[in-house]
Each structure stands twice: as C-alpha cells, then as structure tokens.
Ligand binder design. Structure first.
Ligand SMILES: [Zn+2]
Length: 486
C-alpha cells in the first residue's frame, strides 16, 4: 500500500508521490518568538514530528525545514509583536527573540520533538527576501508605494486557491482602503517602510525598512528546498492570509508550482468557561497554558499521547479529564514495556512464546496500514494498545517466555511506540530506569529481611505495606523474598 495524505490543496486524499523518488522536502511554518510557546504550538509541532518520524521510519530521506519568525511585520495594521514585547521587557528586540527561540527549543526538546534539519531565521535571510521582492516587481506582481512594496493580488489569477477565497469576494473596498496606500484591500506588504522609531531595519532598494511576514517563508523554502518541493505544513489558522500569500509570492516569482502537498493541523481548543463551547487556545484570547506550565503537571509523554490520540488535522479539546485518560493510556504502554525489559534481564535462551512473533508482525503491518492512511496516529495508538493486551496476557501466562520473543516484543515497542510516536523512551534509558528501580526495591527487601532477623516486625511490616502501597507486592518463600509489580 502506498502512503496517502489529505492534500488541503484540492481537498482530497491523494497518494503521496515525492518529486524525487525516496526523498522528501518538507517545510513547516515555525513559531513567532516573542513569548513562551503554549499547548496549541505543541499540537502543531508534535503532529509534524510524527509525520517526520514516520516518513523516516518508512525509509524516506527527509529534509525538514522549519523557520523561526524573529522579524517581520506580522499582521496588517498591527504593531510588531516583537517590538511591543521588547518595550515591555525593556530589552533589545534581538534579545527577546533569542530568549524565546531558546525557550521554544527547550520546550520541543522536553516534548521529545526531534529538531528540524534546518531552522532558518527570518532575520538572517533579509537579502534573499529582498531578492524575491525585486523579482516580483520585475514580473509585474508587485508595486512600490512610498517606501512600501505590496503584492498585487489581482495580478495572480490563482490567488486564493488554497483557502478557496476569491479576490472579488472582498467587500467594501473603499472603506478598507482609507488611510492605506494599497491599490486593493487584499494586497499585502512584501516590504514595509521603517518609521523613525522602528528599531529593526535594513537598507533596501526602496529605502530603509523591514520585510513583511509572508515573504520569509517563500524565500527560505526556496533557498533550502527549491522552488518546487513536496510538503508544506502549518496550523490551519494560518491558511489565510499567510499560506495563501506564500503560494502567490512563490509561484509568481519562481514561475513554478510551490509545495505539491499541503498538510494543516487542527487547532487545540479549550472550553469557554461561560459559553461551554470549544474556543481556540491562543495568546490573543489569553486562554493559553504554556508548555512549561503543562510540563509541571504532566509528563511529556502524556502530553504527546493526548495530542496524538486525535488526528493531526482535527481539532482537539484540552481538559484535565482528557489528560488523565491520556496518562492512563500511556502508562499502560510504558508498564508493559518495562515488564518486558525486566523479564529480558533474566529470560532463558529457549523458553516459550515463539508463536508470538506472528502477532508482532501483524502489529507492524496494522500500524503501517493506519499510518499510511494520512498519518492516522489515533489508530496507530490503538494498534499498540491492542498489542499490549496480548503482550500482558502472554507475560501473565505460567510459561517462562524466551529471550528471543521478549527481545522481539521490545523491538516492536521501540519501533512503533518509540521511534515513530515518540511515546516510549529509548531502550537504554528505559532499561536504566527499570534497573535502578529494581535495585532500590532489592535494597528495601534486604532492609526488611534485616529487620525480621532482629525481630523488629513493626519495621518489616511497615516496609512491606509501604511497598504494597506503591504497587509492589512481596512473597516470602523458603529461599528468600520475591517481589513483583501488581
Ligand atoms: Zn510560513
């Protein structure tokens, strides 16, 4: 079966055919770094992390580019957010963007999001942006007005093809144009003239100024992936105007198709306390939870599990109950994996369970089938949960399971739950944790034996009861005390 993905450009599920066989170029719109990232960002970037991991697991050679927006006029007729933040913090704009760029990577590292191959910054690519604007002017797709350069949307007959908006739909043009030097309300800034108080400024053929927001993605995608590349991703809320404008600029400047496939993630919502309806988590609404705050209450794997139990393109509603259920689901997988690793330490060379290898093959096949269907991570997780039910019953059977079977189960967990979904840590780390935990339990069992030898039964009972409260039961036998997780 081939990989299929839902292409927002054309709005249908399509077989994925890369431009160069076996290779994939992917560009994902990155964060604007003027504040700590929140859980809405986590949803987008964890989702694309799994897309990247799955493509690699499936054998594609992936080049993953995700920009950092650290300069640029972000919204038409709004203040520059970086400059506003810099004024609030009494800091230099580049200090602000450096602080929050580091914060972003810290959060992504904590969530187990693998870093993109290239994280280009808009501020480091101003010459490339100027060059593209000059091409657009030369091609008749842009005009200069008093030190500003605007893209002329009416010069691009395809304008609006991603979001299905048409230029003619813009209403009440005259009102929107008051106080503006644009020829049409939908025209957007490629370059803005810098007013005297504007700190971030560059020389350009049109005077001192700074780039518009959209042009950075067009210029950096072209530089690192070429004019035409495979996948462009981002959050659904940027489909218009940002993504639409990227397409217009790139295709008019390069005279080539831009990205062949567009994948957009659904938003992360929270229930409005008054209305009881889901609303998007966003900085502007003030209803956001930073990733750093969320990580104080939840393990990174729980947050990933929560995000991945919805399809990347669907919205998801954040709430304590949903997180608690994600925690339980994720722990079920982790516990089974830990049990496998623990038994692996002392498993016999022969042993039972050879028949289980077929079950593992089925899990791999099922997993690949659902992930090939537009990266369906909720169903991928369901495949792992089904497998875990069977792993648990195998491990609870009376037979002693052989080392080969246990190693194969472990490898399956590592591949599907670890390498692709990023929910299970790597084998060495998990083994390290489980070995340390086992050594601590052994130490307590030994201390209890000493207490019993000294007839200090109060102390020995206390150790047994407290271990039981932690889910560890002890069984005294003639040859010593055995412990197990219950
Ligand atoms: Zn972008």
């Amino acid at each position: 079966m081939t990989l299929q993905l839902f292409n927002v450009l054309g709005r249908e599920k399509q077989p994925f055919t890369p431009i160069i066989d076996g290779r994939v170029g992917m560009y994902v719109c990155g964060p604007t770094v003027y504040e700590h990232s929140h859980l809405g960002h986590a949803k987008t970037y964890v989702s694309f992390d799994v897309v990247a991991r799955y493509l690699r697991w499936r054998g594609y050679e992936l080049l993953y580019v995700q920009n950092i927006t650290d300069v640029g006029h972000l919204r038409e007729n709004e203040e520059d957010r970086v400059l506003v933040r810099a004024a609030q913090l009494n800091a230099k704009p580049m200090q602000v963007v450096e602080t929050y760029t580091r914060s972003y990577f810290e959060d992504m590292d904590a969530l187990g999001v693998m870093r993109p191959d290239i994280s280009p910054r808009a501020s480091g690519h101003v010459p490339e942006q100027i060059e593209m604007i000059e091409t657009l002017l030369a091609n008749g797709n842009a005009y200069v007005a008093d030190g500003n350069v605007y893209f002329d949307v009416r010069s691009d007959e395809d304008y609006g093809k991603l979001s299905n908006r048409r230029v003619e739909e813009q209403q009440d043009e005259s009102r929107e144009l008051i106080g503006s030097d644009k020829l049409h309300p939908a025209d957007f800034a490629l370059w803005k003239r810098a007013e005297p108080e504007h700190i971030l400024r560059w020389n350009s053929p049109w005077g001192e100024g700074f780039p518009g927001w959209h042009i950075e993605c067009s210029a950096m995608a072209k530089k690192y992936l070429g004019a035409n590349f495979d996948i462009h991703g981002g959050g659904i809320d940027n489909i218009y105007p940002h993504n639409e404008n990227e397409i217009a600029q790139s295709e008019c400047a390069n005279h080539a198709a831009f990205a062949n496939y567009w994948m957009l993630t659904g938003s992360l919502n929270v229930l409005d306390p008054d209305e009881g309806i889901p609303v998007k988590m966003s900085k502007s609404l003030g209803n956001y939870i930073t990733i750093k705050d969320a990580l104080k209450n939840w393990k990174p794997q729980t947050l990933r599990y929560f995000i991945l139990t919805s399809h990347y393109s669907s919205p998801v509603v954040y709430g304590e109950e949903a997180l608690a259920s994600a925690k339980a689901g994720c722990e079920r997988l982790m516990n089974a994996r830990q049990l496998v690793l623990r038994q692996l330490n002392s498993a016999p060379a022969g042993g039972a369970g050879n028949g289980f290898l077929e079950r593992l093959d089925k899990a791999q096949t099922d997993f690949r089938a659902v992930m090939d269907d537009d990266f369906n991570s909720p169903r991928g997780i369901a495949v792992l949960q089904d497998l875990t039910r069977d792993v648990n019953s195998l491990l609870n059977s009376a037979a002693e399971i052989g080392i080969d079977t246990l190693a194969a189960i472990n490898a399956t967990y590592q591949a599907l739950g670890g390498d692709v979904l990023g929910l299970l840590g790597d084998e060495a780390a998990d083994a390290g944790d489980s070995q340390r935990e086992a050594a601590l339990i052994e130490l307590l069992v030994e201390m209890r034996a000493q207490a019993r030898a000294q007839r200090d039964y109060a102390r020995s009972d206390q150790i047994r009861d407290q271990l039981l409260a932690l889910g560890i039961s002890l069984e005294d036998r003639a040859d010593g005390t055995l412990w197990k997780l219950v």
